[in-house]
Design a protein around this ligand. Structure first.
Ligand SMILES: [Zn+2]
Length: 457
């Protein structure tokens, strides 16, 4: 004899209009008006099929307290069922009030614990695995725990923002970017979707499962709700109807008549969602002055930017890439942004010009020997691979200094991301040289400042 547990959730109004018995909802509703009778039927069904509904774990949750029902005792057989404030059912919290918010808080807590358990494998940004690998681990182990079951709930804007904060903070930590880094850059450099889009993908996947199922009751509910209800309602089907429109996917009637295979549907959803969010995030970056030296047309959801894509799995290379990523996102030198204001001081090394990124990489006289060494190496490489004219045309004219800074910070300005193997290898080598250059400039600057500070003290 087996022991089963049933979570009975009541959503009561004055006339107790709606009832959700999480396990047997659709089965009972058409036949019974009395909820007490439903429980009796559930009990007798369990007895007939020789299993026991757990008498202690089964609880009643009333969504809205009603005075006339205060003294009501719910019974399963002869045993009364406790009335509880919250319980867990199918991995989700079912509560009397603020159910989405409580679930979001609970999920974030679970995801954070999972993330901490991954610290031992090096998934923590600085001194850890390279950000691309860390992100993959985060995507595989943490995001599913963060979002499990949430696709079935009606989340409010505040709930999604809570999830988004956790997601962005994690991505910033993995990439070792400070809090003032542009949110869109945090997503696009590593190629990961915002959490809202991840929820949308799961909702569209659930819709596909419903469409594939042969459950008549579900189909009737879907047809009625998707055709009749307004967009403002909290129904799952009105939500997915809106998502299908937003991502330019076929509507529900079209999918019912011509349902693609699961793989085709997954690819369609993935492509549409990625394109939609790439456009939104790129538009967000368009006017960010800090990202002047980042080639925005090459940024794309699902693709990792060369600054992370070409990093080897050694600690030194990760450290080098972090310095370069900060320069690329306009967040170098450290402490440049004070209370959101961009403060550019005189260069502490040469004290001749303001210390912006063009000065640090292209002009500072104090770092000339370091710069010359790596630029010569870079030129020799490009001359060999792209011909002598490439360097002359691109970097030996009036605006060459800014072009050179662009090449150092983001090679995709000159070597596009989606070309053949030859260019992939070249990009890898260019990124390796420029990463070393940025790191050497950073070390030189830090050492000089430390020496100056100790001399004063
Ligand atoms: Zn200088």
């Amino acid at each position: 004899m087996s022991i089963e547990r049933i979570a009975v959730i009541l959503r009561s109004s004055n006339s107790l209009k709606r009832f959700k018995a999480a396990d047997e909802k659709s089965k009972f509703r058409p036949y019974f008006k009395s909820y007490g009778a439903m429980l009796n039927v559930a009990h007798s069904y369990a007895c007939r099929h020789r299993y026991i509904i757990h008498p202690e774990k089964s609880v009643v949750i009333t969504k809205q307290k009603v005075k006339t029902e205060d003294n009501l005792i719910w019974k399963l057989g002869d045993e009364p069922i406790a009335i509880a404030e919250e319980t867990t059912h199918l991995g989700l919290l079912r509560c009397t009030r603020r159910e989405p918010r409580q679930n979001v808080t609970h999920k974030i807590s679970t995801a954070r614990r999972t993330l901490y358990s991954l610290l031992n494998v090096g998934c923590h940004g600085l001194n850890g695995l390279n950000p691309k690998t860390s992100t993959k681990i985060y995507q595989v182990y943490v995001i599913p725990r963060l979002l499990s079951g949430l696709e079935t709930m009606h989340l409010h804007k505040g709930d999604i923002e809570e999830l988004e904060l956790f997601h962005r903070k994690t991505l910033r930590s993995i990439q070792s970017l400070p809090m003032c880094a542009a949110s869109a850059a945090v997503h696009l450099l590593i190629g990961l979707l915002p959490i809202e889009a991840e929820i949308h993908k799961r909702q569209l996947s659930l819709l596909y499962s419903i469409l594939r199922s042969e459950n008549e009751t579900l189909m009737q509910i879907m047809n009625r709700q998707s055709n009749v209800l307004e967009y403002t309602t909290e129904s799952f089907f009105t939500k997915v109807r809106e998502l299908l429109e937003r991502y330019n996917l076929p509507d529900i009637p079209s999918l019912q008549t011509n349902l693609p295979t699961k793989n085709i549907w997954k690819n369609m959803v993935k492509r549409s969602v990625s394109e939609h969010w790439t456009t939104i995030l790129r538009a967000d970056l368009e006017y960010k002055s800090t990202l002047k030296f980042c080639e925005k047309t090459q940024l794309q959801i699902g693709k990792t930017h060369p600054v992370w894509d070409t990093v080897d799995s050694c600690t030194l290379d990760v450290k080098r890439s972090i310095v370069k990523a900060r320069m690329l996102t306009g967040l170098y030198p450290p402490g440049r942004f004070v209370r959101g204001q961009d403060v550019v001081d005189l260069c502490p090394l040469c004290k001749l010009e303001k210390e912006d990124i063009c000065h640090i990489i292209g002009r500072c006289s104090e770092t000339l020997p370091i710069r010359s060494e790596y630029i010569q190496e870079l030129r020799a490489l490009l001359d060999t691979q792209l011909g002598l004219s490439f360097w002359t045309e691109k970097f030996l004219n009036i605006t060459s200094q800014e072009s050179l800074v662009k090449l150092v910070l983001d090679s995709s300005f000159f070597i596009p991301c989606r070309v053949g193997k030859k260019y992939r290898d070249l990009r890898h080598r260019v990124e390796s040289i420029t990463r070393k250059l940025c790191h050497r400039l950073h070390l030189h600057r830090t050492n000089k400042l430390q020496m100056a500070t100790s001399a004063v003290n």
